[in-house]
Design a protein around this ligand. Sequence first.
Ligand SMILES: Cc1ncc(COP(=O)(O)O)c(C=O)c1O
Length: 412
Amino acid sequence: MMKNLNLEAIRAEFPALNADAIYLDNAGGSQVLRRVADRIHDYLLTTSVQLGASYAASVAASEKVLSARRAVAELINANHDEEVVMGGSTTGLMFLLTQAILPGIREGDEIIVTNSDHEANIGGWMRLQTAGAVIKVWKVNRDSLQLELADLDALLTPRTKWLAMTHASNVLGTINSVAEVAKRVHAVGARLCVDGVAYAPHRLVDVQASGADVYVFSFYKVFGPHYAVLWGKRDFLLSLPSLNHHFITADILPYKLQPGNVNFELSYGCIGIAEYLTHVGKSLDANPTMTNRQQMQTAFDAFAQHEDMLAEKLLAYLREKTNVKIIGLADVKNGNRMPTISFVLKDQPSEKIVRHMDRLKIGIRFGDFYAKHLINALGLTEQGGVVRVSIAHYNTVDEIDRLIRGLDEVIR
Ligand SMILES: Cc1ncc(COP(=O)(O)O)c(C=O)c1O
């Protein structure tokens, strides 16, 4: 039997949760760990010097930034820390990636994107059309709201070079079977690029098990700063041209893909995320033989159990309402969906519900969440998109109860 999270101890790690407000817009951005903020503060006030010099402060700073890369490599289960490229945002890193891929594109190369992704994993790929790439779209089945493998099979050809997809939808909450997709993509000699932004706050990322060639997500959704990581298989990253100065040659990983270098203090701050996860894992299971990743896994197992319980509470309420349509799977079974719950109210603009919740100091939001193709395909643009409630592991039963009481004042 898995131990429950000690929510009091968990919430004490996030100073912002002391405010008189309920944060249920976590898929937009999570609250930040004190451990992360402390590290950023420490870096800036003790080692803010340029890296790579021989004096003591520079040596210490270089070690801090390198240790951050190692910590992120462990957090995502990279084979090698040179596979870890850090940058400002997922969107920025995706543009960087597609820019590096561009010179290798030949007329008629096929690239598959989905219509359920955030634009971050679509726009850069679309731009490769200027080099002759042909874009195909893997569409969500309108009844099941899933990306069906049979539909993908019809799109894959020997000319397919890339498939770009999301691990979890930031609107539907659906988890996609990326490892299964990877097998099919690799069978035709293509590569897979996965957006893990909506997945990483809820499950322990394992880039190797994912089967992806490239995996990207942002730390500001995973209790850290506005910063992001792109992991790529070493051989693939080595095959890309350098996007840095001419003397930072194509064999210099990951620096060749970090023009202007990484943000030192934010990199260092990210160690706090890994440290928090191992700390939570240890507090749930004190077995001294566990590796850091096993401790992180223990933490995420407990997060998922707690998030499932909260999500099911809200979904059960929404299922009862005849004027509500849940946009995504209507219940939670065995971790089959993320606690990111979208819905619409019959004949009502989505904004109306959100404005009401603003007055109750409950932070949720409405819109397309930059998954514009999905919202258009589902015919929800006119309504102002969906209302989205996105839960994190630090949310409480009491918060969901207050949300439901507030919703009940508008959903009659
Ligand atoms: C699923 C998904 N992918 C990508 C992004 C973009 O991330 P960033 O803001 O770091 O560019 C977001 C942001 O909301 C997202 O939800």
